[in-house]
Design a protein around this ligand. Structure first.
Ligand SMILES: C[S@@+](CC[C@H](N)C(=O)[O-])C[C@H]1O[C@@H](n2cnc3c(N)ncnc32)[C@H](O)[C@@H]1O
Length: 205
């Protein structure tokens, strides 16, 4: 069942996504279908996206939603765990890892405030295992003052990504040495992890 179909035929809780996100998710997430893994979504809202992920990924996924709003707790059901806290609080994020293990997919659809997006990324990304995916949604907010953004403002996640790209091609830096790809879409950035590069030589005999 495609995510597109899941989204269009949804009769359950409201899902708050732009439609052009759906094929992007499929591109990065389809390899996880029917696998046993941890999916972490930051930002629960009405709980509809968590239900969509459950239908899409199948019976073996553990879905963890985190939100600052205590009312979101009521959206828990089988396979869907909801914890209440602030995405920029490292103690809270560590408690999620302690309880569920490291997520294989992180989808940041939380406050979209650049300070929060950075704090969550700073805490989680380095810890993630190889083959993990880190998604940040609604990055148009990086250009809008309300969310702490502005064009070319140094500390937005967009500006950081420009530096990640530079460090791909200059000397590998800690933040990118285990990154396989940085995919930049309309309002979404997806980072895929891989094993760190090892400097080696090959010889032809
Ligand atoms: C865009 S909505 C999430 C939509 C949901 N992922 C979906 O697709 O249906 C953003 C959510 O982030 C939550 N939020 C805002 N600030 C937060 C923070 N600092 N930490 C965690 N969640 C936060 C809000 O309460 C809201 O429910």
């Amino acid at each position: 069942m495609s995510l597109w179909h899941e989204f269009l035929t949804n009769q359950n809780r409201t899902i708050w996504k732009w439609t052009h996100y759906l094929p992007i998710y499929e591109r990065h997430f389809s390899r996880f279908i029917n696998k046993s893994f941890i999916f972490l979504e930051i930002g629960v809202f009405n709980g509809g996206s968590l239900q969509m992920w459950k239908r899409y990924f199948g019976p073996f996924v553990t879905i963890v939603g985190i939100d600052i709003n205590p009312k979101c707790k009521k959206f828990e059901e089988s396979q869907i765990h909801i914890r209440i806290g602030d995405q920029s609080d490292p103690v809270f994020l560590q408690s999620i890892i302690d309880e569920f293990g490291l997520p294989d997919i992180v989808l940041d659809d939380g406050s979209h405030i650049q300070k929060h997006v950075n704090a969550t990324y700073n805490f989680l990304y380095e810890k993630l295992n190889i083959n993990s995916v880190y998604f940040i949604e609604d990055l148009g907010c990086a250009y809008i003052a309300y969310w702490g953004g502005r064009l070319n403002k140094k500390d937005t996640f967009i500006e950081r990504c420009k530096n990640f790209i530079n460090s791909f091609y200059l000397e590998h830096e800690i933040s990118t040495e285990s990154t396989e790809s940085i995919s930049v879409y309309d309002s979404i950035i997806a980072l895929e992890k891989k094993a760190p590069n090892v400097v080696g030589q090959s010889s032809i005999v």
